[in-house]
Design a protein around this ligand. Structure first.
Ligand code: ATP
Length: 355
């Protein structure tokens, strides 16, 4: 398995890009560790597939280089890069049996038959198709065919990386959950470098060690699920991760005091925000307490989502969401307090740290 270096990658699909807006990837410069499980997460059109295709060799970047373990592979084909890929829709041989479909990538590489048999049986168990080994792929459901595709991606243990492009889209919800945990188990067992594209945050957060959040052709944060939740580095990450997302309010900083509308909140540090920057306060709905004391708020709609309630409210003239426990009381004269430790400050959309 390989360490992947994305060295100042930029990509524009058109012939002659005229401005930054013409770049599908604006500047991607990162190193992904050998054996890491990375999820590429972001909204439709943010550049996930473009980046994945550049890593796999299906696409050459307009600018920059890609290195595997320090070796420049920018102009090598997918095969030369020794990469396995699983796409959104099944890529299998309809006329072959399920067993032969899985054996193909191994036989193609000259792996000895006893080892082929051992690996294929292992994968058949994992994808829950052991009873179907002798069946021809043609007669299978879309769901089963996609499981074979997944199995073909996982069957070789000598690849540099395995790339997944929304591989569970056509799989039913229960099986999705099973396969995701199987993938995680396999990753722990074999430690392959995995890059997994999805726009589903649950999928990304449960599968990956590190989630790579993309927005508008850029990587805006690489972090563990906890880091993305607690310290979103960009207001977009705060909004995109979590349900509902982070509340973002216009703010002004004066030393360690944050002013939001008429209200002032004191932090235990003084955020260094340069003059003229657009300053905002970010607070997740889970860290706002609704009570009789604090800053006044007016309550709108209350959504009961089982173990919690989502309260839509207006604070300093802005809409906010507050999460309260199922049995949480909504006072007649409602006020809110923000947990100061859970407040993030943003300057021009980027988080300002404590340093
Ligand atoms: P999705 O989740 O919808 O697949 P994505 O995050 O994978 O989206 P990309 O498919 O990488 O995003 O697209 C990034 C940008 O590049 C988009 O603006 C898209 O319209 C554009 N794009 C993608 N493929 C091409 C292409 N072959 N020719 C021209 N523009 C393209």
């Amino acid at each position: 398995m390989a360490r992947i270096n994305l060295d100042h990658i930029r990509h524009a699909y058109g012939e002659k890009p005229k401005s930054e807006a013409d770049y599908a990837l604006k500047e991607v410069h990162h190193e992904w560790n050998d054996g890491g499980a990375y999820a590429l997460l972001g909204p439709s059109g943010c550049g996930k597939t473009t980046l994945l295709n550049i890593i796999s060799g299906l696409l050459q970047p307009s600018e920059g280089r890609i290195l595997f373990d320090g070796k420049d592979v920018t102009y090598l084909s997918t095969q030369e890069r020794n990469i396995a890929q699983v796409f959104q829709f099944p890529v299998i041989y309809d006329t072959m049996t399920v067993y032969d479909n899985l054996a193909f990538p191994l036989r193609n590489r000259g792996v000895a038959e006893p080892e082929v048999d051992r690996r294929v049986r292992e994968i058949l168990e994992m994808i829950d198709l052991a009873g179907w080994a002798k069946k021809t792929a043609r007669g299978l459901t879309a769901d089963q065919k996609q499981k074979i595709s997944l199995g073909r991606g996982l069957v070789r243990s000598d690849v540099n990386a395995i790339l997944f492009d929304e591989p569970l889209t056509v799989i039913d919800p229960h099986m999705k959950w099973v396969l995701r945990s199987q993938l995680k188990k396999l990753h722990r067992q074999f430690g392959f470098t995995m890059v997994y594209v999805t726009h589903d945050q649950t999928e990304a957060l449960t599968f990956a060690d590190k989630v790579v959040v993309m927005y508008d052709g850029q990587i805006v944060q690489i972090g563990t699920p906890a880091e993305l939740f607690e310290k979103p580095s960009h207001t977009f990450v705060g909004y995109f991760i979590g349900s509902p997302g982070m509340n973002v309010l216009p703010a002004a900083i004066d030393g360690s005091a944050v002013r939001v509308g008429e209200e002032t909140i004191t932090l235990d540090y003084a955020p260094a925000v340069s003059a003229g920057a657009k300053t905002e306060l970010g607070i997740r709905p889970e860290f706002i307490t609704l009570s009789r004391e604090g800053m006044p708020v007016s309550i709108g709609k209350v959504e009961d989502i089982g173990r919690q309630k989502i309260v839509r409210a207006e604070f300093v003239g802005k809409p906010i969401a507050i999460v309260v426990p199922e049995d949480g009381e909504i006072p007649a004269d409602p006020h809110v307090t923000f947990d100061p430790a859970a407040i993030n400050i943003y300057a021009d959309s980027w988080r300002v740290g404590r340093e």
